[in-house]
Design a protein. Structure first.
Length: 364
């Protein structure tokens, strides 16, 4: 579409940093005026949803709520009744902005990844997942007449990171579906890239990514050992790490036990005059290892080093792990299991939460 350079539409899109202008050609040139006329022709009750918690900052967003209040004030002057929907992190702030007499609904935070929309003056929230849990097929309905939330009809199957829109009086929900084992290595890499960005990791390497997707335990050990020692862009010889953490041998996953074996070989002692040797080598555990193989015929994971972690640390870890949507499982690989294991390890050293490791080598 062609937008007049002095129009309100051009002003709105002039500092676009989120790619909104990429979809502007699907709209009428005067889309702001069209939206305003639609609002004026359909005066009634307006439901304004705003605010989200930013996990990395451990705080609520600050730019959306003031804008929501500005829209709400304008609609009130036009004769609308306005209700704001937010969460416990922002409802008090909204009250300060919008005024004590404003209707503000504190929507309970029971999940993330869900989507919401308004249809026929009724608010809907669908899908999502509890922190550390599996994706839900539930929906919730807000009824302005009673100022209450009710559980609505179930959608076909559990969904997260999906999207919704309303068109011609109908609501639509869509998402990318992964069926059965049709998970590609690109899916795994996309998830890893998100985690790397969230944790601000300097660099990473996926071994043999260009090969056909296969389990790592089908690779010759010598190839993997050399990859860790010198061939990877983040090999021991190139980045000279001080600390190296590897999976435990007591894992229930064949890839993890294989990674342990080749890592131990790659980290074996060498003359330090010619070869870098990390000072600290330790292995870590996972809930599924603890609850199944803690007392196996091969032995058990024996912690000899603990890290004190806070509940915020634990919540952030679960949030990051949930980015691996193709890998998380309900039960032993879920958030509740992580919390349970952290409590067990914390009790072992008299703290609320802790993470446990086994040190294989430590020298000063």
């Amino acid at each position: 579409m062609n937008i007049n350079s002095h129009s309100i539409e051009s002003v709105i899109l002039s500092n676009d940093k989120r790619g909104v202008s990429e979809i502007s050609h699907h709209l009428a040139p005067n889309f702001c005026e069209t939206a305003a006329r639609f609002a004026l022709a359909n005066r009634g009750h307006a439901l304004i949803v705003t605010g989200f918690y930013i996990a990395s900052a451990k705080a609520a967003e600050t730019d959306g709520p003031p804008g929501a209040v500005a829209i709400g004030n304008a609609l009130k002057h036009l004769g609308f009744s306005v209700t704001y929907v937010s969460d416990l992190y922002l409802s008090r702030l909204l009250s300060d902005f919008a005024g004590k007499d404003s209707r503000i609904i504190d929507f309970p935070i029971t999940n993330h990844e869900g989507v919401g929309f308004q249809l026929n003056d009724i608010g809907y929230v669908t899908g999502g997942a509890p922190v550390g849990g599996s994706r839900l097929n539930r929906s919730w309905v807000y009824l302005p007449s009673t100022d209450t939330w009710e559980e609505g009809d179930s959608i076909i199957e559990g969904r997260g990171w999906h999207f919704s829109f309303v068109l011609n009086g109908k609501a639509y929900i869509g998402y990318k579906k992964i069926e059965g084992n049709r998970i590609t290595k690109e899916d795994w890499k996309d998830e890893l890239t998100k985690v790397v960005g969230q944790l601000k990791i300097d660099d990473y390497d996926i071994a043999f990514f260009d090969d056909e997707m296969q389990h790592i335990d089908t690779k010759p050990q010598q190839e993997l050992i050399e990859h860790i020692e010198s061939k990877s862009k983040i090999s021991i010889s190139k980045i000279k790490p001080t600390i190296v953490a590897i999976p435990t041998i007591f894992s229930t996953h064949q890839d993890h036990t294989y990674a342990y074996k080749v890592s131990i070989s790659a980290l074996r002692p060498h003359p330090q005059k010619t070869t870098h040797m990390p000072r600290l080598v330790l292995s870590y555990e996972s809930p599924e290892y603890y609850f199944w193989s803690a007392y196996s015929e091969f032995g058990k994971f024996l912690p000899n080093f603990y890290l004190n972690i806070s509940k915020n640390n634990l919540d952030e870890k679960i949030n990051v792990l949930n980015m691996y949507s193709t890998q998380m499982r309900e039960g032993q690989r879920g958030g509740e299991s992580l919390i349970s294991l952290a409590r067990i390890r914390g009790n072992e050293i008299g703290l609320d939460y802790a993470e446990a490791f086994h040190i294989h080598r430590l020298y000063m």
